[in-house]
Ligand binder design. Structure first.
Ligand SMILES: Nc1ncnc2c1ncn2[C@@H]1O[C@H](COP(=O)(O)OP(=O)(O)OP(=O)(O)O)[C@@H](O)[C@H]1O
Ligand SMILES: [Mg+2]
Length: 266
């Protein structure tokens, strides 16, 4: 994947993502309370923090799904409200069960990620190849014709990742892409992500544990109550939870049996 661009606004030294003093309220509660976050070109940044600390809200503010009440957001050096080049951005939302209505096939879902790259929605050979490649990357080729509601949660998650990859984006934003994905598949995804990064992609990931992604992460930003409380090397303890033998407890499971968190994450 090459990322040439002739956009004059797009200076190489410009951060790919820049948030400055971003505030957001949801249901009259302050959720982001003055976030500063910069992601440079080619960087892989993990956004960490406890449940409810504002991670999803922060990434959703970047892609314009959450209104901000103060602060600035730039994408590729352009204020977000003027940014139009969304084919440069791939987004994997936090996992939902939403398929709804007529069940789409795996290929249809992944193809939808490629639409922004097509001319008038017409799929040419290059578009079909990109969809096929994305399915190969997440190891879902043999399920290409299946309806997505016949998939397991982790397989569904891999399809969402393939959808984001199909556009060959320069910036990948993923909200807990590893949630519910078994260790073997996490390793496949880590390898995929490594390839994207080697090809020049920039990545912002919301994570609960670094796991197999740990060697890829350049920097960690930790949120607590809507504020940045750490921005620097990934906190070491976070990697432990994904070691083989660790029973993953999904953070949303109402068991109260969350993995023990210490220091920055508690
Ligand atoms: N649409 C909404 N309306 C009202 N409050 C919301 C809404 N979305 C999120 N919130 C609140 O904002 C806070 C931050 O939520 P957010 O989803 O950003 O957290 P998170 O860090 O992604 O958590 P998790 O680890 O559970 O995914 C939470 O207290 C949540 O209840
Ligand atoms: Mg979240």
């Amino acid at each position: 994947m090459t990322h040439d661009t002739d956009d004059t606004e797009d200076r190489v030294s410009e951060p790919v993502i820049r948030l400055h003093g971003v505030r957001a309220e949801l249901g009259s509660r302050p959720v982001l309370r003055g976030i500063d976050l910069t992601v440079a070109r080619g960087e892989v940044v993990a956004l960490l923090g406890a449940n409810g600390s504002g991670k999803s809200t922060a990434v959703r503010s970047i892609i314009g799904q959450v209104p901000v009440s103060a602060g600035e957001i730039d994408l590729f050096g352009t204020p977000r409200h003027r940014f139009r080049d969304w084919s440069r951005v791939g987004y994997v939302p936090q996992r939902t069960t939403a398929s709804g209505g007529v069940p789409a096939t795996v290929t249809e879902i992944v193809s939808s990620g490629r639409l922004s790259r097509t001319r008038f929605g017409l799929f040419r050979r290059a578009d079909q190849d990109a969809v096929r490649r994305a399915l190969e990357l997440v190891d879902m080729t043999d399920r290409a014709r299946d309806p997505v509601d016949a998939l397991s949660g982790g397989q569904h998650q891999r399809v969402l990742i393939a959808r984001a990859l199909a556009a060959e984006p320069e910036l990948l934003i993923m909200d807990e892409p590893m949630a519910g994905v078994d260790l073997a598949s996490q390793e496949v995804l880590a390898r995929t992500l490594r390839e994207q990064v080697d090809a020049g992609a920039t990545v912002l990931l919301v994570l609960h544990e670094l796991g197999p992604l740990e060697p890829l992460i350049d920097r960690a930003v930790v949120l607590r109550d809507g504020c940045v409380v750490h921005d620097g090397p990934p906190p070491k303890a976070v990697g432990q939870h994904a070691l083989p033998g660790h029973d993953h407890v999904h953070p949303h499971a109402p068991t109260g049996a969350e993995p023990l968190r210490t220091g920055l994450l508690s």
